[in-house]
Write a protein that binds this ligand. Structure first.
Ligand SMILES: N[C@@H](CCC(=O)N[C@@H](CS)C(=O)NCC(=O)O)C(=O)O
Length: 198
């Protein structure tokens, strides 16, 4: 049984979505986290090394970091084909988009948000202005990052774009807007929202 350590309206919400997509058996353990305004506290019950969410425990096996959790869960629950397995053609693209999420996409957004210039040739990521055209080009060709096939990578990117909708951080793009609509229209997302509060 998977336990998801969860704080509503945080990065753990998307794992309710993924677990629903996978139709995996899971339970939710609500935890507190530190917030940007200084409120909140690390929850002693949270096994994450920095007291963050998401983190999952699978009968004692602990997995943290969104991209790692996504890969762990789609490998563990392959029935609904939400993540290509090792022997599948799309596996390379899947791993690439998951790693790109953690290593490039999120840092690019954070730099933009903090108004920090990305040092070319030093940082392992690039500025958001260089990230967005890559993703928009990909999604102009196909409905999802892996093509016709929806995957856990779309859970991460789709919910992130949904979060920034209307924000000056995200220039208006019909391609992204349609993508977000497609991702959030999935029945698993609606089921996840029903469990958001725990
Ligand atoms: N790189 C982590 C980021 C996790 C993260 O920063 N989560 C936020 C909630 S959205 C958090 O727990 N913040 C509390 C803190 O920083 O102590 C991942 O993608 O899983």
């Amino acid at each position: 049984m998977i336990t998801l350590y969860h704080r509503p309206k945080s990065r753990s919400t998307r794992f309710l979505f993924l677990l629903e997509e996978l139709e995996a058996p899971y339970q939710i353990q609500l935890v507190t986290i530190r917030s940007r305004d200084g409120s909140g506290a690390v929850d002693a019950a949270n096994p994450h090394p920095h007291g963050k969410v998401p983190v999952i425990s699978d009968d004692g096996v602990m997995v943290f970091e969104s991209a790692a959790i996504a890969l762990y869960l789609t490998d563990k629950f392959p029935r609904n084909r939400i993540g290509p397995l090792v022997e599948e053609h799309e596996r390379g693209a899947y791993l690439s988009w998951l790693a790109y999420y953690a290593g490039v996409f999120e840092p690019a957004f954070v730099c933009k948000f903090m108004n920090v210039e990305v040092p070319r040739g030093t940082a392992g990521w690039v500025a958001l202005d260089e990230v967005l055209p890559i993703i928009i080009r990909r999604l102009s060709q196909d409905p999802y990052l892996l093509g016709e096939r929806f995957s856990a990578a779309d859970v991460l990117y789709g919910t992130s774009f949904a979060l920034f909708a209307g924000s000056p951080l995200l220039p208006k793009s019909a391609v992204i807007e349609e993508y977000v609509k497609r991702v959030l229209a999935r029945p698993a997302y609606a089921r996840a929202m029903l469990r958001e509060g725990g």
